[in-house]
Ligand binder design. Structure first.
Ligand code: SF4
Ligand code: SF4
Length: 430
């Protein structure tokens, strides 16, 4: 089916809108409503606006702003007793905006650069990663900061940029790494897009932990970005292209599981069946590949965990990834894994499943709202007295690191699998 034929389905569907009975039970779970106390920035208010547009009201600037200020965190889905699939609705609303509204020239160019040139291409990610590495490692970054060249807005965005890690994880593509001890599973690991250049050591740690747990780990060469950022931005034609390429690379590989260490990516990978539900050539393959996608926490908690670990005597607080907790409903697995580490004390923070304000590129586009949420998150983190903040999504890790730099008490931010890796390696950090 041609991409243009699928556009007809890229708008909120009446059956999904009809599920909302306009009660109020989701309001307190919504970070933007908690901040602004504006009905139009609540889930109920946004659904009301979607209903208006679906009944013929124009896609106004005000509608666009309220829909775009949503974090797509899906906290409202967890709170909703009527089973409203809000994530599906907001993604469709953004796709409709993308298809019906012509954005200003510069915004179109920037979106095209990020979503169509950078993220889908391994070569372009490597070029951008190498340039950013030179900027960070050569001292130029420090010099620019000292001289105050950058305007305030750019300074703020630059402070949220990831540290580049060499060598990039792309070097593992096409390789299969053996299980340690008896082979119990054959799994595929997805390296992500930006994570290949900015979380290369986390990806290596994930592979090591899987090997320690009897997995032969294949890192298929044909994989690419999962398309999660595209889906959240409403750019579904590009998301579908990326999904089809991933499915072709993975679906017939005979894998027990397709593993990701990013909550946001996992949510989209599990929803390929929905993204391609109207594509007769891929519908069935998409459902088959989504059926074996597992977040690394979910997978490890579902198997007999290798408990041959050394003590890691730290106090840890865990920040839920929205797309892991609300999208995939995986909440207990990361906590079980942390509790399995000898010497580790887990201290729950208040509202651990309220968004930290990262939300893909939300923190760059809506920095004010994002930082306001981060401030509150850091208050909750600091109140626990924990020295480590564990997370299950690289995007959350970046945001929390920015939070520690601005408002923290020197906490270390680590992925759950990095802590497991440390326990397996006798205290040696990733
Ligand atoms: S997805 Fe998050 S920010 Fe958006 S309406 Fe739901 S709770 Fe609010
Ligand atoms: S989304 Fe669910 S909780 Fe929120 S107003 Fe609608 S029915 Fe009520």
């Amino acid at each position: 089916m041609a991409a243009s034929d699928l556009i007809a389905f890229d708008k909120p569907q009446q059956a999904d809108l009809d599920r909302c009975v306009h009660c109020w039970l989701c309001l307190n779970a919504c970070p933007t409503y908690r901040e602004l106390h504006v009905e139009m920035d609540s889930p109920r208010g946004r659904i009301y606006q979607m209903v208006q547009v679906s009944s013929g009201a124009p896609v106004s600037q005000s509608y666009i702003e309220h829909i775009e200020l949503c974090l797509a965190c899906r906290g409202c889905e967890t709170a909703c007793p009527s089973g409203v699939e809000y994530g599906r609705l907001v993604e469709a609303a953004r796709a409709e905006i993308e298809n019906r509204v012509k954005r200003p020239w510069l915004v179109r160019r920037l979106r095209s650069l990020v979503f169509r040139w950078l993220l889908p291409s391994r070569m372009n990610l490597e070029i951008a990663g190498a340039l950013l590495f030179l900027f960070q490692a050569s001292g130029l970054k420090r010099l620019v900061a000292m001289l105050g060249f950058l305007p305030a807005r750019l300074r703020e965005v630059e402070s949220l940029a990831p540290e580049i890690e060499i060598p990039f994880f792309f070097g593992y593509y096409g390789k299969t790494l053996p299980a340690e001890g008896a082979k119990r599973y054959r799994v595929a690991f997805l390296g992500g897009c930006i994570a290949n250049v900015s979380f290369a050591r986390l990806n290596e740690a994930t592979v090591r932990v899987l090997q320690k747990n009897g997995c032969e780990v294949a890192i298929p060469d044909g994989q690419n970005c999962c398309g999660a950022l595209h889906v959240h931005a409403g750019i579904r034609d590009e998301a579908r292209k990326l999904a089809r390429r991933n499915i072709d690379a993975l679906v017939d590989g005979g894998f027990d599981a397709i593993i990701t260490n990013a909550g946001g990516c996992g949510s989209t990978l599990k929803e390929y069946g929905e993204l391609l539900e109207h594509d007769p050539d891929y519908r069935e393959k998409a459902q088959r590949s989504s059926a074996v996608v597992k977040d690394v926490n979910e997978f490890l908690a579902s198997i007999e965990l290798n408990r041959d670990m050394r003590p890691v005597p730290v106090t840890v607080t865990y920040q839920d990834s929205c797309h892991l907790a609300h999208g995939q409903k995986v909440r207990s697995a990361p906590r079980e894994l942390l509790r399995a580490v000898p010497g580790l004390e887990l201290r729950e923070m208040q509202l651990s499943d309220l968004c930290c304000g990262s939300a893909g590129i939300y923190n760059v586009v809506h920095t004010g709202m994002s930082m306001s949420l981060l401030r509150k998150k850091m208050d909750s983190v600091n109140a626990t007295g924990a020295s480590v903040i564990a997370a299950a999504n690289p995007g959350c890790m970046l945001q929390l690191r920015a939070g520690v730099r601005r408002l923290g008490h020197g906490q270390r931010v680590a992925h759950v699998v990095e802590i497991l890796d440390e326990a397996y390696r006798g205290g040696q950090r990733t």
